[in-house]
Design a protein around this ligand. Structure first.
Ligand SMILES: CC(=O)N[C@H](C=O)[C@@H](O)[C@H](O)[C@H](O)COP(=O)(O)O
Length: 539
């Protein structure tokens, strides 16, 4: 008998991510994520990994279905997300959709009708018998989400501000806002500049509902929101059918307010679209993701992106490196203050190095990497120097690595020392993040034998001596060839010699010590430093 397919269902958004799996039941939770700035794909992948670990999930999965708030619309991001999730769960097939789709599938077992999902935002999704899809609102807190928790909270705050400066009637919401926000002085400015604006405003909706039973200002706000949301539902129902019966299922935290909110919506629907029945959702968005992971997509096919990500090959053998053993790799970097700083000059430097016989380039930052990528046909070791040069600043995060990989780097080099990392992650986390999310090899720049061994144990594919002499004490004049020899002696992966190589004798010594390749920067690509060095010798 064939084993039942293994599936994973995920519901995720800003406040958290939940995972269930089967047929052997397992469940876990991960942190929330946001699509603002940073590396949202990485954030989702990390949350999925955390939830999978929490659920004790190991081994391959046949289908994973994810319903996400703000699922990426850009096809490249979506594909990257599918690859990252596929890698994190060892999944053969990844199904990605907005959580309104999983909400619909969970709420209406018949897969037909309207689902209104209301929390801090609002969306109505109608699915017809002919699989026609109608989405109404879901326009976000700035331009849409009529009748949402955010809209109710914002109306409450507005009423408080109006009462305060005499434009509006006194309201008990003022005392509630004092309590909820810890004072109302400068409240508008404080909220407008908050990173958690939506959650902080929507949170006040609970007070507005609580006050509505006896406060006419709050009651008017709730009535207005119910009318606005009822209108969106009416529009969705009418788009499905003006004559046939339509089931409208409601789901989401806003409906926990109960009859004070449900009552006026129900009455309005009975009046305007008597063919509609208004019922609580049969199940949650996570239940919907479960159904879509286990069964066919049916009417949701157009709303779900299905990927079968290729497994990302990560191998650490000599053969798999993009440049051969014995290569000279030239580091083309010019820091601020160097007249050659900038992508155009770095691309010319790379072209000159290529013409001279270099078989690889090391470059810093997405602009330089992109310019070099479009100029020479050599593998690029990408780095992304960010933050404090006194600490971990060579490609300090997965997001920093993602920028240079997207710009065309063939692999990335990162700080491989045991110093604290700016985002609190471990070296092993960062390396596995880069492997799983970006699918490229990782070179760890280390400062000692111990760091080299630890970095290899943490999953680095190559080790380089780049940071020897730069993590404390005076910087020596000569390269650390002894470290190359010691690393070669102890490691089962390629070791690269880098840092302060200036002469033919020195690069030969590194190769003799067993270096797979030598990376030279300043001595080739920094005429400013070369001039100063020669001048110093003349004095
Ligand atoms: C310590 C540090 O930040 N090293 C940097 C790493 O990318 C670069 O500044 C170096 O130029 C590069 O390692 C090549 O070394 P050298 O320029 O000495 O040949």
């Amino acid at each position: 008998m064939m084993a039942a397919p293994r599936w994973v269902a995920i519901d995720g958004g800003q406040s958290g991510l939940r995972l269930v799996a089967g047929p052997e039941p397992a469940s876990g939770a991960g942190p929330g994520f946001s699509y603002r700035g940073g590396d949202p794909v990485g954030a989702v992948a990390r949350a999925v990994r955390a939830a999978a670990a929490d659920a004790g999930l190991t081994g391959p999965v046949d289908v994973a279905c994810l319903g996400l708030t703000g699922n990426p619309t850009d096809p490249d991001d979506s594909q990257r997300l599918a690859a990252a999730v596929g890698g994190a769960l060892d999944a053969t097939e990844v199904r990605l959709c907005e959580d309104m789709v999983t909400a619909h599938a969970g709420a209406l077992p018949s897969r037909q009708g309207v689902v209104v999902a209301a929390g801090s935002g609002v969306v109505c999704l109608g699915v017809g018998a002919d699989a026609a899809i109608h989405k109404v609102d879901g326009g976000g807190y700035l331009f849409g989400d009529v009748g949402s928790g955010f809209a109710i909270g914002r109306a409450g705050v507005r009423a408080v501000l109006a009462a305060r400066d005499g434009r509006g009637r006194p309201t008990t919401l003022t005392a509630r806002a004092e309590n909820f926000y810890g004072g109302v002085r400068n409240l508008a400015v404080r909220l407008a500049s908050s990173d958690a604006l939506v959650a902080e405003v929507a949170g006040f909706a609970i007070d507005v509902f609580a006050a509505a039973a006896h406060d006419p200002v709050a009651a008017a706000i709730v009535a207005d929101a119910a009318a606005g949301l009822a209108h969106s539902i009416v529009v969705t129902v009418r788009r499905l059918s003006r004559t046939e019966p339509v089931t409208v299922a409601y789901t989401g935290s806003l409906f926990q307010a109960g009859e004070i909110f449900l009552g006026p919506i129900r009455s309005r629907l009975a009046e305007v679209v008597p063919t509609a029945t208004f019922v609580p959702a049969a199940g949650t968005p996570l239940d919907g993701a479960k159904l879509l992971a286990q069964g066919s997509l049916g009417p949701y096919a157009r709303l779900v992106r299905v990927y079968r990500p290729e497994p990302l090959p990560i191998v650490s053998t000599m053969d798999s490196l993009p440049f051969p053993a014995g290569s000279l790799v030239v580091s083309c970097q010019a820091w601020y203050g160097n007249p050659l700083h900038g992508p155009e000059s770095m691309a010319l430097m790379a072209a000159a190095a290529a013409a001279g016989g270099a078989l690889g380039v090391r470059a810093n930052g997405p602009s330089d990497v992109a310019a070099i990528r479009s100029t020479v046909d050599l593998p690029i070791i990408g780095i992304n120097k960010l933050g404090d040069p006194g600490g971990v600043y060579i490609t300090p995060t997965v997001a920093a690595a993602a920028e240079v990989v997207r710009a065309g780097a063939s692999m990335v080099a990162i700080d491989g020392t045991d110093r604290p990392r700016p985002d609190g992650s471990t070296l092993a986390d960062q390396i596995s993040g880069i492997h799983n999310e970006l699918g490229v090899q990782v070179m760890a720049d280390v400062d000692s034998l111990a760091a080299g061994i630890a970095a290899r144990q943490a999953g680095a594919d190559l080790i380089a001596t780049t940071l020897s002499g730069y993590t404390g004490g005076p910087v020596p004049d000569d390269p650390d060839v002894e470290l190359v020899a010691a690393l070669v002696d102890r490691l089962d992966c390629p070791v690269l010699a880098e840092g302060r190589y200036w002469t033919p004798d020195q690069v030969r010594a590194a190769i003799t010590a067993g270096a797979y390749a030598v990376i030279v920067g300043t001595a080739v690509t920094n005429p400013m430093a070369i001039t100063t060095r020669l001048l110093k010798a003349m004095q």
